[in-house]
Design a protein around this ligand. Structure first.
Ligand code: SAM
Length: 287
């Protein structure tokens, strides 16, 4: 997997990439990460990447040109707005400078620069929520380009004509997209084949899909009707010592009966999901 991060703070990533699974995946060449300074794609004397918002209002907005140029340089192609919408397949289309054609909003997966196997992800508080399911989808790709916003955000033409995905990492506003990019990189990397010592770790963990919670063994207090595709949180984990400050590990985990342990873990996973994330059991998980 090739990760490309476009940011005005390239040094930000020195820490998050150098620990644990991400570091090992990079060393094993399972994941390769390149960080690009957005200012390198600004051509004025001051390397300007932002400007005041049209229509007035607070703060500054990241300009489209450096972001388009950064992605174009990574993909080796120029973005032509609307060229494909005209049915204009002759070579003259490529003679038009980017941005001079009529801009037609496109569904994100059909941005003119979209390439099979590559996602161009814009980090955005108003994007679709990044979930474990999103991480699984992205982990199937060859390359992910992560565009980090700053200030009041990013010129909307980047969302409409460049990004294949506009993703939010949660319902809160951060000061920049860098933390989100590091988060997505981590969540995707640990799903890559060979990144974890034990591949099963990514199957039996939080946000794994189960078909029918009412079938979950021995959960007699469950009033859930059988509905397909719920997500469960992880079950509780314990390690030595078996007794810590008078608090003991559940007996069933010490007994060695694997079927009993499996049932107990399912029951506890369901209890915890009901307590902490009942929304996951509603069957209405947004995609
Ligand atoms: N004006 C924007 C709004 O109200 O939605 C917030 C802009 S925020 C201060 C600056 C940048 O931080 C965004 O362009 C985005 O890249 C990043 N960002 C902030 N919150 C985020 C979130 N929840 N998920 C992903 N990126 C986020």
């Amino acid at each position: 997997m090739q990760f490309e991060i476009v940011t005005i703070f390239p040094d930000f990533f020195a820490g998050p990439l150098d620990y644990g699974i991400v570091r090992r995946a990079r060393e094993a060449r399972i994941a390769d990460v390149r960080v690009h300074d957005l200012r390198a794609f600004a051509h004025d004397r001051h390397r300007t990447v932002d400007d005041r918002p049209f229509g007035g209002g607070e703060g500054m907005v990241l300009k489209p040109e450096p972001l388009f140029e950064a992605v174009e340089s990574l993909l080796g192609r120029e973005v032509l707005f609307g060229a494909h919408m005209d049915g204009d397949s002759n070579d003259d289309a490529s003679l038009h400078p980017a941005g001079t054609r009529h801009a037609v909003p496109l569904p994100s997966e059909e941005t003119p620069i979209a390439q099979a196997g590559t996602a161009i992800v814009l980090l955005s508080a108003s994007g679709k929520l990044f979930r474990q399911e999103t991480a699984r989808r992205l982990a199937q790709l060859d390359r992910i380009i992560l565009l980090c916003g700053r200030y009041e955000g990013v010129d909307e033409r980047v969302t409409e004509h460049l990004a294949t995905d506009e993703l939010s990492i949660g319902d809160y506003v951060l000061s920049g997209g860098e933390l989100g990019a590091a988060l997505i990189l981590d969540a995707v990397t640990r799903l890559l084949p060979g990144a974890l010592g034990n591949e099963d770790s990514t199957i039996n963990e939080s946000f794994s899909a189960v078909d029918d919670v009412s079938n979950k063994a021995d959960f007699s207090t469950s009033h859930q009707s059988p509905v397909a595709s719920h997500l469960l949180l992880d079950y509780p984990h314990y390690t030595r010592p078996a007794e810590f400050r008078g608090c003991t590990v559940p007996e069933v985990l010490l007994g060695g009966n694997h079927e009993e342990i499996r049932k107990w873990r399912q029951k506890k996973a369901l209890e915890k999901t009901k307590r902490n994330r009942p929304d996951l059991l509603s069957g209405n998980i947004p995609t």
